[in-house]
Design a protein around this ligand. Structure first.
Ligand SMILES: Nc1ncnc2c1ncn2[C@@H]1O[C@H](COP(=O)(O)OP(=O)(O)OP(=O)(O)O)[C@@H](O)[C@H]1O
Length: 611
């Protein structure tokens, strides 16, 4: 009974198994499968009929054996005559019936699998479309907070679990249950007492399974948690491989990886240790020899007590002994359904993420003036990441946001493109509340430059053209020139036709940033939001990026977050955030004269202290 041992692959299980096993779809799984309920019921029916037909050959063999022993008149089906030629006819009939049952089973199982796979393709297509659509309307901030790993898990692993349920597990459970029911029903007709003995053996197996299962959920969840830690540490290690190599040690990353591996091994050992008896007991019970021995012993005792004939014992040896073989697919199918339920819960959770509210009648912004009025924002509804921020970003000016780590700079920048909606207060673009603008209008009004540059696996030209699909070659070139990256592109092996990978291999960090600046320049978006765009660059690169940014900022409404204060000395206004509040505001000269937080940060940076 493989389902009871840790040799099962728990890696395929989603976040965690539900605590209470239920065989048939319920809750989120049933809700997600509703559109193909008809197909699934047909699949289940065909599977049940196929399983019933699959019992017929065994039944035929048993009946033929009974007739051969001269007990045709006592046949459960009551078709034997007892006479020689009658017996031969009946044997022939059973032989044909058995053959027909085997053929019918083949046809029905194939048909069931076909309908199941059709339903599978249909529902997975629908779910993928729904999920992609939904991902398109959830606030962008959700992606930042959840990470791409979660989206990937929902879109791949969870859908794979759903596939297993629809295309395989449901059919397996129903088929196995039907085979056991039909087999036992037939045995009841032959001899109800022996049938009860056989049912008792099956029940013993089921009890052993339940005992073994009791601790399984806990063990699998522990293993899953360890696996998540291992994969998180592995990704972290791969992402930071340069730092790891530079320092010659993985430090905490490798420690976390090690801890994950040790926890995994400990969980696996505990599982093996705690399930060794129940697993061994269930394996022993499920062994055909055990079932054969019990049925044989009980049957011979019944024969000796004249409670049944030898001929009546035969069906129990042919059909009864075969019944436990249906237990394993039933258990595996049931496990598949349980995994599917966990996966469905994850998918439903993703689909339940509230979408970014859209206006019924979108407004059109009049100009590019951005105005924040008493903006307060909280991630968790308890603490305020931003509190009571009011300011105006005039077109053609640069507003810099500075402040200590955690002051709320990135949060503020993210509110403009509606990564999140304000908790209270308003943000207006061109006199219209940004929540009253169509999302496309809002996002096409903004050029966003973040430090983590996103390049697609495409040519340099197409990467720039993302800013304005359909832009001509000349326009792309001019944007690249304005972003001071044209010469760099020309020096690439295929110039503008060079294909980049998602990491932008072949280009330095500063060059990749200038490429995204070229994209923004091409987009012509009147509002520019720059988040940490100049961090972690060498001085030459930083100068080049600064020149590119100056081109981008010209004539636009710019909000820039900077850690290096000297890069924003000439900003039209500087907002100094501290603990989510606007602590100071003014030009560089004003703020130095004020001698407050900004002045302290400035002097600290001038003296070489970290920002
Ligand atoms: N997705 C999030 N969920 C919950 N809290 C968050 C989230 N992002 C940021 N915060 C919290 O909001 C506050 C402001 O964070 P924010 O990232 O805006 O600061 P910051 O000034 O940009 O910091 P840094 O300079 O270190 O990037 C911090 O207390 C931070 O822990």
């Amino acid at each position: 009974m493989t389902a009871l041992s840790p040799s099962q692959d728990p890696a395929a299980v989603p976040d965690a198994l539900p605590a209470r096993p239920r065989l048939l779809p319920s809750g989120p799984l049933a809700r997600l499968l509703r559109p193909v309920r008809g197909h699934l019921m047909t699949c289940a029916l065909l599977s049940a009929l196929g399983a019933a037909a699959g019992v017929v050959p065994y039944l035929a063999v048993a009946e033929i054996a009974r007739l051969a022993l001269g007990d045709g008149g006592a046949s459960a089906a009551g078709s034997g005559s007892g006479s020689g030629s009658g017996s031969a006819d009946t044997i022939r009939l059973w032989a044909w019936t058995g053959t027909a049952g085997a053929c019918l089973r083949l046809v029905l199982v194939l048909a069931s699998s076909r309908v199941g796979h059709y339903a599978d393709a249909e529902i997975l297509h629908r779910l993928r479309v729904r999920m992609v659509h939904h991902l398109g309307v959830v606030p962008l901030g959700w992606f930042r907070a959840s990470g791409s790993g979660l989206v990937k898990r929902r879109m791949t692993n969870d859908l794979e679990e759903m596939h297993q349920v629809i295309a395989h597990a449901l059919g397996e459970v129903i088929g196995a249950a039907t085979a056991i029911t039909v087999g036992l029903g037939y045995l009841l007709l032959v001899d109800w007492r022996m049938a009860l003995v056989t049912a008792g053996v099956l029940a013993g197996m089921a009890v052993a399974y339940r005992v073994a299962m009791r601790s399984m959920t806990e063990h699998v969840n522990r293993l899953l948690a360890a696996e998540r830690r291992i994969s998180a540490a592995a990704v972290e290690y791969a992402d930071g491989i340069a730092v790891v190599k530079a320092y010659g040690t993985g430090g905490r990353v490798l420690e976390r990886f090690d801890e994950g591996v040790c926890e995994h091994t400990a969980a696996m050992r505990a599982w093996v240790r705690q399930t060794r008896y129940s697993s061994a007991a269930s394996r022993l019970l499920a062994a055909e020899m055990t079932v054969l021995a019990v049925v044989m012993a009980a049957g011979l005792a019944f024969v000796r007590a004249d409670l049944m004939t030898m001929a009546d014992l035969l069906p129990f040896l042919v059909v009864g002994v075969g019944l436990p073989t249906s237990i394993t697919p039933a258990i595996q199918g049931a496990q598949g359904v349980r995994k599917g339920r966990a996966a469905a819960a994850g998918i439903e959770d993703l689909l339940a993420r509230p979408p970014l509210p859209r206006p019924d009648r979108p407004l059109t912004p009049q100009g590019h003036r951005v105005e924040l009025d008493r903006v307060t924002f909280s991630y968790d509804g308890v603490t305020h990441a931003l509190e009571d921020i009011s300011t105006v970003l005039e077109p053609g000016t640069v507003t810099a946001v500075v402040g200590p780590s955690g002051a709320g700079k990135s949060t503020l920048a993210g509110l403009l493109p509606r990564f999140h909606d304000v908790t209270s207060g308003t943000i207006q673009l061109g006199g219209a509340d940004i929540r009253a603008l169509d999302t496309t209008t809002l996002l096409s009004s903004m050029a966003l430059v973040f430090q983590d540059v996103v390049l697609l696996h495409d040519t340099v030209r197409e990467n720039i053209r993302l800013g304005r699909p359909g832009a001509g070659e000349e326009e792309v070139r001019k944007a690249a020139e304005a972003a001071h990256v044209h010469d760099v592109i020309e020096a690439l092996p295929q110039g503008y036709d060079t294909v980049l990978d998602s990491g932008g291999a072949g280009l330095s960090g500063g060059e990749r940033q200038r490429l995204t600046i070229a994209r923004c320049i091409l987009s012509g978006a009147p509002v520019v939001v720059l988040d940490e765009a100049t961090a972690s660059l060498d001085p030459d690169s930083e100068t080049a990026v600064q020149r590119a940014l100056a081109e981008l900022a010209a004539g636009r409404t710019v909000l820039v977050i900077a850690h290096r204060l000297r890069t924003i000395r000439r900003a039209d206004q500087i907002l100094v955030l501290d603990g989510g509040r606007l602590a100071e505001r003014g030009t560089h000269t004003d703020l130095l004269a004020h001698d407050g937080l900004y002045a302290r940060m400035w002097h600290a940076q001038q003296n070489g202290a970290p920002a």
